[in-house]
Design a protein around this ligand. Structure first.
Ligand SMILES: [Zn+2]
Ligand SMILES: [Zn+2]
Length: 447
């Protein structure tokens, strides 16, 4: 039966015309290897910037398919290029890294890996963000593209990016000459699996996909003393408490109601003992926005309110605001999003392409966009469809990415990921660079 099916598949694969949808036979042919690779990577996760085995596995698969592979780009990153005549250069990116999370999914292939983190602590490691699925899909897509060179023309540039979870790998790859030593893509593409939609579907959207993220450390100074004699002190804890409450008025009172802004104080640290008023208090703040002008407005308001609260308490020393980390929003080029949404609809069926809301998470893929690569970043459904329906009905939420229980429904999600990537790549690699530039510049309404 299996043999007969294989013969049948061989006869149907290798399409001879410029179709964009992968045939289901093409996907089925590569699927068993993709699934094996998924299980292998899932059981051998590596932390950010330490993805040496993972990168080597991808490199060897891609090399055996005929890609020109370069390793150690920006640390453990890889670049794999397949040239196929004249045409545009299209980049597809996967991340390589896993997280210090102990897997509790109970799956037979659950990760049992422990390692030392950068500070020398023993930590469990898990592909809790689903990057293992992205890698398996990318290698399977690479296989289909290498075996169907009559369906596209141009240059396919696949990259395995390290250290996405620490928001540093994209910048390091660019710094290591990603777009100078290799090629500057006309268009870039990436996807991310999550439980926000059911496996078997993809989620698309125009403009913002992920948010600007800014990390602030705020030190509020006071004047310490005895807890029984507050009159001899300026209590930084009280100032911090007032500041936290006042910061909440930025999103609710200052930002236009239809604009998005999140200000979260994730920690407050102050003091050592109940009867001592400390000298200072520290707040850790994350700020999420989409539009640059809203980002500017919110950051300025945080500085203004923090200073004014300290001033109101009579503190001489201005609070210290350290802006120690930031990532820009991931922006989907509108014309490109329109073009690829219809490519996905015709490949997967309209009912399997959902319009999804942008997320307030952050992603350093934005660093590639900043280098002038118009991009399309889409969502891949990961939730087991029945569980998804039950959760929707009961109002519960399924485990999110980074949860120790995060477990995508691999078969439908991986099948769909491969089919979607092939559809998108073939669509782009049947256009001329001029056509892609034109549609991208027409659509760029970003300010
Ligand atoms: Zn993640
Ligand atoms: Zn991720």
């Amino acid at each position: 039966m299996r043999f007969a099916k294989l013969l049948f598949l061989t006869a149907l694969t290798a399409p001879t015309f410029a179709q964009t949808a992968a045939t289901s036979e093409e996907v089925e042919t590569v699927y068993p290897d993709a699934h094996t690779l998924y299980l292998d990577i899932h059981q051998n996760p590596e932390l950010s910037s330490h993805e040496t085995q993972t990168a080597a596995k991808l490199a060897s698969h891609l090399r055996s398919l005929g890609y020109d592979v370069t390793e150690h780009v920006g640390g453990t990153g890889i670049v794999a290029i397949l040239k196929n005549g004249t045409g545009p250069t299209v980049m597809l990116r996967t991340e390589l890294d896993a997280l210090p999370v102990e897997e509790k999914t109970g799956l037979p292939y659950a990760s049992k890996i422990h390692t030392k983190d950068d500070s020398g602590r023993d930590v469990p490691v898990m592909h809790a963000c689903g990057h293992d699925l992205h890698m398996a899909a990318l290698v399977a897509t690479a296989t289909i593209m290498a075996h169907s060179k009559d369906t596209w023309h141009g240059t396919l540039m696949l990259i395995g990016q390290p250290a996405e979870e620490t928001i540093s790998g994209a910048k390091r790859m660019v710094g290591d000459g990603l777009f100078k030593r290799f090629a500057k893509p006309d268009v870039g593409v990436a996807l991310h699996v999550s439980n926000e939609s059911p496996a078997g579907k993809v989620g698309v959207g125009s403009e913002y996909r992920y948010a600007n993220a800014d990390s602030l450390r705020i030190t509020i100074y006071g004047k310490g003393g005895h807890g029984s004699a507050p009159n001899t002190t300026i209590d930084p804890i009280v100032i911090a408490a007032r500041t936290i409450v006042a910061l909440q008025t930025i999103a609710s009172r200052e930002v236009k109601p239809r604009e998005a802004a999140v200000i979260t104080v994730g920690y407050i640290q102050a003091g050592t003992k109940n009867n001592i008023i400390p000298d200072h208090a520290e707040l850790g703040v994350t700020v999420r926005t989409y539009k640059p002008e809203v980002r500017k407005q919110v950051l300025a308001a945080i500085a203004r309110i923090t200073k004014a609260e300290a001033d109101a308490a009579g503190v001489q020393r201005e609070p210290l605001i350290e802006h120690y980390e930031s990532t820009d929003a991931v922006y989907n080029d509108p014309a490109l999003a329109r073009r690829l949404t219809s490519a996905l609809e015709s490949a997967l069926g309209k009912e399997d392409v959902l319009e999804v809301d942008p997320l307030m998470g952050s992603e350093d893929y934005s660093y590639f966009i900043e280098q002038g690569i118009p991009s399309f970043y889409f969502a891949l459904g990961g939730a087991e469809p029945q569980k998804y329906a039950q959760a929707k009905a009961s109002g519960e939420t399924l485990p999110s990415n980074h949860s120790s229980l995060f477990a995508p429904d691999v078969d439908p999600a991986l099948h769909t990921g491969i089919a979607a990537e092939v559809a998108v790549l073939r669509n782009l690699l049947n256009a001329s660079p001029e056509e892609l530039h034109k549609s991208a510049s027409e659509g760029s309404g970003r300010n």
